[in-house]
Design a protein around this ligand. Structure first.
Ligand SMILES: Cc1ncc(COP(=O)(O)O)c(C=O)c1O
Length: 381
């Protein structure tokens, strides 16, 4: 039964969430979404679309105007071309995109390489498809760099290598060189790359986001998944897109059809307005996350017992806790004692039982107060 394939962490997390929701006034650093509202021009465009009757099923692939805009954006920002007619599919968020790609490509028993630590949904999605998730390490001592040798060893016979840059939960931004090395492994082993670029717009200072599909000769071998959720603070709209060679895009469009008929028409209108309109919001929120990162790092540097790698992107800090071997227990006690919630590392993979993810999704005064309490808790243990 499908439900039996859900990992143990899911039920542990359910108890944790119930505890958070049942505790008044919690300073929440566990949240995986922007604390900003969707920009008003996007909301207005969607409301206007709904009022004017844009309330019907759309093409299974997504409305053509949106796919054209996405194709322009990919060419301009991500530096590769995807044909809007045959290589782009609009989906209900990056989550659906990743699931549909996995269901399209992975046969029962097929090996899929996923990062450790990595976003919590990769493993259940691979299991839904009957595939076998195989973890490759991100090396904390090297700034959460990808362990290329491990990927090389596990790539024999693998169907898919999932790469996530900027990375949730580590905040690492993988370099062009790292990505080129993975590309070489994919070519040698015959595997495809699934590139999850949900945080593409949140890359700080001198780091740069590189889309694996833009690397020399790689477009046919890379399936790229994007989301409006984080970029435009649109998590609840459930909208994203997949770029892939036409045979794979066709399969993903069929998944769309079987699961939902099409993505939400109103959310597609919102997505169109997001790409069409001013981009200041994206830049402003990135600058704000970077300010928050610097503020938290400044505070954590002065406190003992917490180690971290400075994140180069996303809105997370992945902190290691000296002397902790059960991050769920740590998070529960922190919540009870200090009214602060963090995400236990366990949910991101077996390597992270002594880590917690801190989200930079509170304004600086409240964020600083939360970090002060966290430090006090760690030092008092
Ligand atoms: C790494 C990563 N990929 C994909 C997603 C999917 O986001 P959405 O389904 O909201 O587009 C998330 C959401 O948290 C994420 O963290």
């Amino acid at each position: 039964m499908l439900a039996d394939r859900i990992p143990r962490e899911e039920s542990v997390m359910q108890g944790f969430y119930e505890q958070i929701l049942g505790t008044p006034g919690v300073l929440r650093l566990d949240v995986g979404e922007p604390d900003f509202g969707t920009p008003s021009h996007i909301v207005e465009a969607a409301a206007e679309a709904a009022r004017s009757g844009w309330t019907h099923y759309t093409s299974t692939w997504g409305i053509p105007e949106l796919r054209r805009k996405i194709s322009e954006k990919l060419e301009r920002d991500n530096r590769f071309y995807a044909d809007p007619k045959s290589e782009l599919v609009v989906v209900d968020g990056g989550s659906a995109g990743i699931l549909f790609v996995i269901l399209s490509l992975v046969d029962p028993g097929g090996n899929v390489l996923i990062p450790d630590p990595g976003w919590l949904m990769y493993e259940p999605y691979v299991k839904f498809a009957g595939g076998k998730p195989i973890r490759y390490p991100l090396l904390e001592e090297e700034g959460f760099k990808i362990d290329i040798d491990s990927i090389k060893r596990s790539s024999v016979g693998a169907k898919l290598i999932i790469v996530n840059s900027p990375s949730n939960p580590t905040g690492a931004v993988h370099s062009r060189k790292e990505l080129e090395e993975i590309a070489d492994i994919a070519v040698e082993s015959g595997a495809l790359i699934l590139s999850d670029e949900a945080y593409e717009k949140f890359v700080f200072a001198d780091s740069r986001h590189v889309s694996p599909a833009s690397l020399n000769g790689m477009k046919e071998r890379v399936v790229s998944v994007y989301s409006f959720s984080k970029t435009y603070a649109m998590t609840g709209w459930r909208i994203g897109y997949v770029s892939a060679r036409s045979t794979i895009a066709k399969a993903v469009s069929l998944m769309n059809l079987y699961f939902n008929a099409c993505p939400s028409s109103v959310s597609q209108a919102a997505a169109l307005a997001a790409l069409d309109g001013p981009q200041d919001f994206v830049e402003e929120t990135k600058v704000e996350y970077e300010r928050r990162r610097d503020a938290v790092i400044g505070l954590l540097k002065g406190s003992g017992g917490v180690r971290f790698v400075e994140p180069k992107g996303t809105f997370y800090i992945f902190a290691g806790l000296d002397g902790v071997d059960d991050a769920v227990d740590f998070a529960m006690k922190l919540l009870e004692d200090k009214g602060v919630s963090v995400m236990p590392g366990d949910v991101f993979g077996p390597s992270a039982r002594d880590h917690v993810r801190i989200s930079l999704t509170l304004p600086i005064p409240r964020l600083s107060e939360a970090i002060r309490r966290l430090s006090e808790f760690v030092e008092g243990r």
